[in-house]
Design a protein around this ligand. Sequence first.
Ligand SMILES: *[C@@H]1O[C@H](CO)[C@@H](O)[C@H](O)[C@H]1NC(C)=O
Ligand SMILES: *[C@@H]1O[C@H](CO)[C@@H](O)[C@H](O)[C@H]1NC(C)=O
Ligand SMILES: *[C@@H]1O[C@H](CO)[C@@H](O)[C@H](O)[C@H]1NC(C)=O
Ligand SMILES: *[C@@H]1O[C@H](CO)[C@@H](O)[C@H](O)[C@H]1NC(C)=O
Length: 240
Amino acid sequence: MKTTIIATLLCLFVLCNAQSETNKPDVMTLNFALSLEYLGRALYRQFNQTFSVADAQAAGYTAYDYSQIVEIGLDEIQHVERLQQVIPTLGGEFIQPCTYNFPFGNNFNAFLNLSRTVENTCVGALDGGIAMLNTPALFTAAATFATVEARHASFLNLITGLVPFPSAFDTPLNATQVLAIASPLFASCPSYNNECFGILNTNATVCSGHGSCAYKVCTCDAGFTGPDCSSKATQAPKCQ
Ligand SMILES: *[C@@H]1O[C@H](CO)[C@@H](O)[C@H](O)[C@H]1NC(C)=O
Ligand SMILES: *[C@@H]1O[C@H](CO)[C@@H](O)[C@H](O)[C@H]1NC(C)=O
Ligand SMILES: *[C@@H]1O[C@H](CO)[C@@H](O)[C@H](O)[C@H]1NC(C)=O
Ligand SMILES: *[C@@H]1O[C@H](CO)[C@@H](O)[C@H](O)[C@H]1NC(C)=O
C-alpha cells in the first residue's frame, strides 16, 4: 500500500509514461469490458449475416425493431473502438477478439433471448467494473457505456415481453459472475490475450517470474513492481 503510494508519487513527479501500478488494474478492467464489447459486436455481426427484415417480421417483430437491433450493433462497434483508443493512453495493450459460439441458428427468438441476456449481463458487468477503476476521468466515461447498454437491455426486454426496467437498482456483477454467464459463448481466443510481454501466462517466467499475467497486465508479487515486475519495489519505478 505504502509502496504503491510512493511509486505513484514518483511517477507523477518524474512524469512516468510507462504503465503505472495505478493504471494496471484499470487496463485489466477495461480489457475485461472490451472482451464483452467484442462479444457484443460479434453477436450483432452474426445477426446481420443471419436475419433480414423479413425474418424479423415473420417472427412477429417490426422493421423498426430490426433497425434498432442493427443500431445496437453499431453502438457495440463504437464501444470497441473507444476502448481500443483509451487502453493505450493508460500504457496498456488491448486484447484481441475471440471466436464465439452463438447458438441461435436461424431462430430469431433465440437470437433475441441471447442478445437480451448479453445486454443485461453487460449492464451488471459495467456497474460492477466501475467500482474497480482508479482513474477518476474513467468513472463518467464508464458510466456512459453502462447507461447505453442499459438502454439496449431495456429495448430488448420490452420487445420480448419483459419489464424494460425490472427494478429500482441494477445488480452489479463481478468478473466471476459475468464469466459464468458469458464463458459458454466463447469458442477460442488468441494466445496473445494470455501473454504479457510476449510470454504466456502459464510460463513460469511470465512477469519476470514475480507476478501473474491476465488481460495483458502483470500483477506483481509483493516486493516487485514495474510493467513486467522486473523492478524491486523499493527502487524508483522504471520510467521510460
Ligand atoms: C450490420 O449491418 C449494417 C449495414 O446494414 C452495418 O452498417 C453494421 O456495421 C453491421 N453491424 C455489425 C455489428 O457488423
Ligand atoms: C428463451 O429463454 C428462455 C429461458 O430464459 C427459454 O425458456 C426459452 O425457450 C428461450 N426461447 C428461445 C426461442 O430460445
Ligand atoms: C462474486 O460475487 C459472488 C456473489 O456475490 C461472490 O460469491 C463471489 O465471492 C464474488 N467473487 C469475487 C471474485 O469477488
Ligand atoms: C517460457 O518463456 C521463455 C522466455 O522467457 C522461453 O524461452 C521458454 O521457451 C518458455 N517456456 C515454455 C515452456 O514455453
